[in-house]
Design a protein around this ligand. Structure first.
Ligand SMILES: [Zn+2]
Length: 182
């Protein structure tokens, strides 16, 4: 059978960070993921069957790529998914450090809305998630700062991800700079 290897994700983020499972916090390891895709199947559209020299592969092809794996949850996590959530975590911890300098009464955290419109504060299954929101925790209330839809890449395993647009990040930073100065 034909065999095709690929890498999907930012190698710097993958290899120069320590990674903790977004579900349970366990340290992740890297394992090889193998999947046989038939060219006539519906999902074949997401895979690249072309070969660098000979043209196209004929028949089913085994696609091989590396993923993170959590031994505790016993789940694979796509590089792209994990690093996108880590990027959000970096932003949140940076904003919280800023808030802490202003006042100790406020704190930003992540909450999630599931497909059944339930609000939860941890990810169980990515496919059940609708949005990720950054909320400002005040004394007795929550203020929504930014809601990000769960997106999926259109290639390979179509990894889920979240992304903060640079313009939204700029607004968020500006807003955080004004909080707690009363
Ligand atoms: Zn885990």
């Amino acid at each position: 059978m034909n065999n095709s290897g690929y890498f999907y994700g930012n190698p710097f983020k993958v290899y120069f960070r320590q990674h903790r499972c977004f579900r349970c916090g366990n340290i992740l390891r890297i394992r090889t993921h193998r999947k046989i895709v038939n060219q006539t199947s519906a999902e074949a559209q997401y895979y690249d069957f072309s070969l660098p020299v000979e043209g196209r592969t004929i028949g089913p092809c085994e696609f091989v790529h590396n993923v993170f794996h959590c031994d505790q949850c016993e789940k694979d996590i796509e590089f792209y998914t994990q690093t996108s959530i880590e990027d959000i975590d970096f932003i949140v911890s940076h904003l919280n450090r800023q808030l802490l300098k202003n006042s100790q009464r406020f704190f930003i955290r992540k909450i999630y809305e599931t497909a059944s419109n339930t609000i939860v504060d941890r990810i169980e299954e990515l496919q059940d998630l609708h949005t990720l929101s950054l909320v400002l925790e005040k004394e007795e209330s929550l203020e929504n700062l930014l809601t990000l839809p769960k997106l999926n890449k259109g290639l390979w395993e179509r990894p889920a991800y979240f992304k903060i647009h640079p313009a939204d990040l700029k607004k968020l930073r500006k807003k955080v700079a004004t909080i707690g100065h009363d």
